[in-house]
Design a protein around this ligand. Structure first.
Ligand code: FES
Ligand SMILES: [Fe+2]
Length: 431
């Protein structure tokens, strides 16, 4: 349980708040690079700041204030040019560093005044990595955008999936260190959604949580599992500061503001050996719905949609003065304690946990991965189709509702799914 003041300290993400300052020390994924094939400018809200993300004709990404410093017009309706973004109201142009590079009328009427040199727009660094656009809103020098091990893997099909989740980021992230919910929310509830008296799944018998350099590893033993099982020997990762990492996918909970979170999934599917060498030309990015348009209820059919129901159900900012933590919540306590310590570290001028500054380290940042062999070495198509781990995901994206038919199609082609299977994919896409 936390008192109300501490709950606020951990939840609030705006500029100048302690947690806002802490989160600003990390790069946040905010968009998919492939989104900018069809658009050049989009509004972005990140940690309570309204911003504009654009890609200019030179291919440079920029992240600037939502409002023009002249008279506050909306820069997300701006005009992209060779270098930078121009406000569509009176044509002031800014580069990715926030410099004003042109004021068409002032430059003509009073060139000697060089008024543009006195004006800047707020601008933040952005980088592209692994098909994602990352933003950094913290103090300089910025750390490196982590090059997590799966970003370096070959022979994989990656898709990026977004969802707009109307609640605070921290309750989403607490889910990243909560293995027990898997049994109830994903296994037992799904069984009962499918069948009124569906059978419950094996129970969790033992949980363990261990902090490491880049987060917290959680491990589990369920009925029928031995201590040799990779889920006990290696476990899964609550990745610092705001992600879950399961081996083949990352899920970031990116704070939009105190009461909204952008869920960002980066999902890697190893193509069968028959498809090697496979080079993905384009990483698709899509946005899934969270609410059923017909009933108005939250969608409950897919794994992450179920998670969203849990997070949203806890309230816009969950009231932790009312909680009763049990032994299964040891990881959550560990996480909160690390955040308190990191706030102190920052106050002393130190880097918080999992800040990467060494380029050598960042060539490939290894993480605990229970099924690394399958993901790196791959298997035959027959093996993939038979595998319970990957077989389920051959016909549709199991993690989130709303995968566009076009993404299913390129996925099926990348995997080299047999026609019969591909037809099933198409049928599913229509239903
Ligand atoms: S408001 Fe942007 S140029 Fe005038
Ligand atoms: Fe979950």
């Amino acid at each position: 349980m936390l008192d109300a003041a501490k709950n606020r300290l951990l939840s609030e993400v705006g500029p100048g708040t302690p947690m806002g300052n802490l989160l600003r020390r990390y790069w946040m994924p905010i968009a998919g690079a492939s989104e900018f094939e069809s658009e050049s400018v989009k509004p972005v809200r990140l940690m309570g700041e309204d911003l504009t993300l654009y890609k200019d004709f030179n291919g440079t990404f920029g992240l600037v204030d939502r409002h023009c410093p002249h008279r506050s017009a909306d820069m997300s309706y701006g005009i992209v040019e060779d270098c930078g973004l121009r406000c569509s109201y009176h044509g002031w142009r800014f580069d990715q560093d926030g410099r004003c590079t042109e004021q068409p009328y002032e430059d003509l009427a009073q060139p000697e005044a060089r008024y543009r040199d006195k004006v800047r727009i707020k601008a933040y660094p952005v980088q592209e990595r692994a098909g994602l656009i990352w933003a950094y809103l913290g103090p300089q020098p910025a750390p490196l955008v982590p090059n997590w091990e799966p970003f370096t893997w070959e022979n994989g099909f990656v898709q990026i999936v977004f969802a707009d989740v109307p609640c605070n980021w921290l309750q989403c992230q607490e889910n990243s260190v909560d293995p027990l919910h898997f049994e109830w929310m994903h296994m037992n509830w799904s069984a009962r959604l499918a069948e009124r008296a569906g059978k419950y799944s094996p129970r969790h018998l033992k949980l363990a949580f261990d902090e490491f350099e880049y987060g917290i590893v959680y491990r589990r033993i369920r009925e029928g599992m031995s201590e040799e099982d990779p889920l006990w020997k290696v476990g899964r990762v609550c990745l610092w500061p705001n992600a879950l990492f399961t081996g083949d996918h990352f899920e970031w909970r990116v704070p939009v503001d105190d009461e909204n979170t952008l869920s960002v999934t980066w999902c890697f599917s190893r193509v069968p050996r028959e498809r090697e060498p496979y080079v993905q030309e384009r990483i698709p990015a899509w946005r899934g719905p969270v609410r059923d348009a017909e009933t108005g209820r939250w969608i409950s059919t897919h794994v992450m949609n179920q998670d969203f129901i849990a997070w949203i159900g806890q309230g816009a900012i969950t009231d932790r003065t009312r909680e009763h933590l049990g032994s299964s919540d040891a990881g959550i306590i560990m996480m909160r304690n690390r955040f308190w310590k990191d706030m102190e570290a920052i106050a002393h001028g130190e880097d918080p946990k999992a800040t990467i500054r060494d380029p050598e380290v960042n060539r490939c940042v290894e993480l605990p991965i229970a099924d690394r062999k399958r993901l790196v070495e791959g298997g035959t198509l027959e093996h993939v189709l038979r595998s319970p781990a990957s077989g389920r995901s051959t016909s549709e994206y199991v993690f989130q509702a709303g995968q566009p038919a076009a993404v299913r199609k390129v996925y099926a082609e990348a995997m080299g799914l047999p026609r019969r299977r591909a037809r099933k994919v198409r049928r599913t896409a229509r239903s």
